[in-house]
Design a binder for this molecule. Structure first.
Ligand code: G4P
Ligand code: NA
Ligand code: NA
Length: 197
């Protein structure tokens, strides 16, 4: 893994452990956004996937957009975010996938316009969190519908104690997490590995 030291430090300093399962990072990722850290995240993902001929970054609104945009800027390709709500006008020209949320016990439809993803694309998915992997599965479904190629998945914070990462890697998908959390028990963030640089 490519652990990002600045991200680990930010999580330790400004992350709030809400429970054994949930880490609040509203101070730099999910509400207020730290552009310097996002730029570093974008550079790191770009470096990891620079050999893969990526033509497009795909994420899901809203919190995936910041790291996805910085990655796209660095790789000089467009960033597309899947929408969670249906556009007001009924649009037949979209790919759709159903995403289940274990937290909210709901299903919602995500969609991407057919105009922005096609069989010539080589797609890197970027998202803020990886937990159960449902969002990533929905995005992969959309990439498959487009006939595009999935290059891999870049995740800012992986909760390694939840099953999404293993499930995706078991399918042979390259998943790169910049911070991988082993546990949030006792109100403490424990990382899978300590950063060196
Ligand atoms: P789930 O099955 O565990 O519920 O995960 P799911 O992928 O459905 O995630 C639901 C939402 O919760 C996602 O954001 C995801 O990024 C976020 N999430 C999952 N675990 C954590 C966590 O420990 N901390 C934080 N801060 N967020 C987490 P979303 O609903 O798509 O919202 P948005 O922030 O992208 O707008
Ligand atoms: Na997200
Ligand atoms: Na989120």
């Amino acid at each position: 893994g490519k652990t990002l030291k600045a991200l680990q430090e930010k999580i330790r300093k400004d992350g709030i452990v809400l429970s054994d399962e949930v880490l609040k990072v509203d101070a730099f990722l999910n509400h207020q956004v730290d552009p310097v850290l996002m730029k570093q995240i974008g550079e790191t993902f770009a470096g990891l996937f620079k050999q893969d001929g990526v033509t497009k970054i795909l994420t899901l609104e809203s919190s995936g957009i910041s790291p996805a945009l910085m990655t796209a800027l660095e790789l000089n390709v467009p960033m597309v975010f899947a929408r969670k709500r249906k556009p007001f006008t009924q649009d037949a020209d979209v790919y759709e996938a159903s995403v289940h949320s274990f937290t909210k016990q709901t299903n919602h439809i995500i969609s991407v316009s057919r105009a922005f993803l096609n069989q010539a694309d080589r797609v890197l998915i970027v998202d803020d969190f990886l937990a159960n992997g449902q969002a990533a599965e929905g995005l992969i479904d959309i990439i498959d519908q487009a006939g595009a190629e999935l290059c891999g998945i870049g995740i800012v914070i992986e909760k390694a104690f939840q099953p999404g990462g293993k499930r995706l890697r078991d399918r042979g998908i390259r998943v790169e997490s910049l911070a991988s959390i082993r546990s949030l028990e006792n109100g403490t963030v424990t990382f899978q590995e300590e950063a060196h640089a």
